[in-house]
Design a protein around this ligand. Structure first.
Ligand SMILES: Cc1cc2nc3c(=O)[nH]c(=O)nc-3n(C[C@H](O)[C@H](O)[C@H](O)COP(=O)(O)O)c2cc1C
Length: 190
């Protein structure tokens, strides 16, 4: 497969079977992440693997968040919580906060590259994968940071939901049409 084909085929996959993810596959995702480009080899990433007991704790946290955020929407709370329950593996990814803003930003960019590498690796392993920030992704809520033990000098960048794709997810998969690069590119001639 060419790189372009790989990139074209990558999809956000949000529905999974309850099959556990093999340790070896998780390790391959993590290895792919660590190969990402990063400024001055600061390797500014850490990964928190959430399964089983830890995932039950994450579910509790998500419920707390949902009840607070949507007090009048019980069906939304239920469907959002089901998303967490039906995801066998969650990985929280952090970025190191550096001594200055520029380096901190560069660290975040590197972590984004690492997450994209994991996404592509997941595809090769036939794993469904989505990077969530909103809602039960909890990236914009301090609860996710507390959940991982409030590690000093780190910031949560992404919560990755991963599982073997359900048949439904495979049937529903469709390419999202992208705007051509021609409409997004300015060829600076001077
Ligand atoms: C930084 C970032 C945050 C995202 N947050 C969410 C999210 O909170 N919930 C969600 O369902 N998908 C989320 N996504 C996935 C996007 O919705 C998805 O990539 C987009 O719709 C394009 O679809 P595709 O990945 O299948 O091409 C996020 C993606 C990125 C890169």
């Amino acid at each position: 497969m060419t790189v372009l084909e790989l990139l074209r085929n990558r999809r956000a996959v949000r529905n999974y079977t309850n099959e556990k993810i093999e340790r070896k596959k998780i390790e391959l995702l993590l290895e792919a992440a660590t190969l990402a480009p990063n400024d001055r080899m600061r390797e500014p990433w850490n990964f928190y693997i959430i399964q089983e007991e830890a995932k039950l704790r994450y579910e509790k946290l998500a419920l707390e968040f949902l009840e607070e955020r949507f007090p009048t929407k019980p069906s939304l709370i239920k469907s959002s919580l089901d998303v967490v329950r039906n995801t066998p593996l969650i990985i929280i990814v952090t970025s190191d906060i550096a001594s200055n803003d520029a380096d901190s930003k560069d660290n975040e960019y590197a972590v984004c590259c690492a997450i994209h590498s994991m996404w592509l690796q997941a595809q090769e392993l036939d794993l469904g994968f989505v990077w969530r920030t909103r809602g039960v992704g909890l990236v914009h809520d301090s609860r996710s940071f507390d959940f991982i033990g409030s590690p000093e000098g780190k910031k949560v960048i992404g919560t990755l939901f991963i599982g073997h794709p359900s048949q439904n997810a495979l049937n529903q998969q469709k390419e999202k049409v992208r705007t051509s690069f021609e409409d997004k590119t300015i060829w600076m001639e001077r």
